[in-house]
Design a protein around this ligand. Structure first.
Ligand SMILES: [Zn+2]
Ligand SMILES: [Zn+2]
Length: 291
């Protein structure tokens, strides 16, 4: 049976890309917006997705106080890449069946399928209820994550995050004595650059881990999948690009295994460890054998 296109997802992706493209309109520009975009790639892409959703929630590569784990989960939720439970479930299934037929997003079908095509269809065995029951029961035991899952509350949180950018810009400009029109323009610039464009940039860097790093790069380890280490994706994602290393030892909090494999996500976790905010930190297994 051919898969039905999720028109709501397609329209949503197109619309959000078009809103992000407003960054090319000079009226929406502000340097504060640019700074928030760059800072947001670290805060949302690295802290939210790589450290929070991926290393902490999916692989339990370290342990953090419950309040901090939830903060990471909220930052991840603001990336509009699914709820914590469903994201975790999809990614655990990816590791379970990496580059096999049941991998949710393997480029064995095509690059575009792995990058975002898989997001536009929803086979019955990929429904959130089925997936989270199979792969993310531990996540849903936390009532906060269960709440995010219910009634798609996670999307409301992500939209509220965008609105917060506008409100912060609008109100801070008013507080500094600007008129309403100037304050509106400043709020809109933060909404576009810090909120929507940042979301789109982090989408594509995260999606590149599914597409690019299963196609191009070098391999330190002979894993049964096609995972690769790709330094461009590594730099854009805070260490996620060392994806062959990660498939060789998914439970390790450290993705860069060689000294020059720069891994900001790992540096963040190590700093948290020193501050007493991360414990039981898993390192690459001593039994890993390089090719
Ligand atoms: Zn992979
Ligand atoms: Zn993983």
């Amino acid at each position: 049976m051919p898969l039905k296109l999720k028109t709501d997802a397609l329209l949503g992706f197109v619309l959000i890309h078009l809103i992000a493209a407003l960054a090319f309109v000079p009226w929406f520009f502000s340097w504060t917006g640019v700074v928030l975009l760059v800072a947001g790639i670290y805060v949302f892409g690295v802290l939210g997705i790589s450290v929070g959703y991926h290393r902490l929630l999916t692989h339990r590569a370290f342990v953090s106080p419950r309040w901090l784990e939830r903060v990471f989960a909220v930052i991840g939720t603001c990336c509009m890449q699914f709820s914590p439970a469903f994201w975790v479930a999809v990614h655990r299934r990816h590791h379970h069946f990496a580059d096999e037929e049941k991998d949710p997003h393997s480029p064995i079908k095509s690059f575009l399928w792995a990058h975002f095509g898989w997001l536009l269809v929803r086979p019955p065995d990929m429904k959130p209820a089925v997936m989270t029951d199979r792969y993310a029961r531990d996540i849903l035991r936390d009532p906060f994550y269960a709440w995010l899952e219910r009634h798609k509350n996670w999307i409301k949180v992500a939209i509220a995050c965008w609105v917060a950018y506008f409100a912060a810009g609008f109100l801070s400009a008013l507080a500094m004595g600007e008129d309403v029109a100037t304050a509106f323009q400043f709020g809109a610039s933060l909404f576009i650059w810090g909120g929507v464009l940042r979301t789109v940039v982090v989408w594509h860097t995260t999606w590149s881990v599914n597409s690019v790093t299963h196609m191009w790069g070098y391999r330190n380890y002979s894993t049964p999948d096609d995972s690769r280490n790709n330094w461009i994706v590594g730099l854009l994602t805070g260490g996620e690009g060392w994806h062959n290393n990660h498939h060789a030892d998914p439970s390790s909090a450290r993705f860069g295994h060689r000294w020059w494999e720069f891994d900001p996500g790992w540096l963040t976790i190590r700093a948290m460890q020193r501050l007493g905010l991360a414990s039981k930190v898993s390192l690459p297994s001593a039994s890993l054998k390089a090719r």
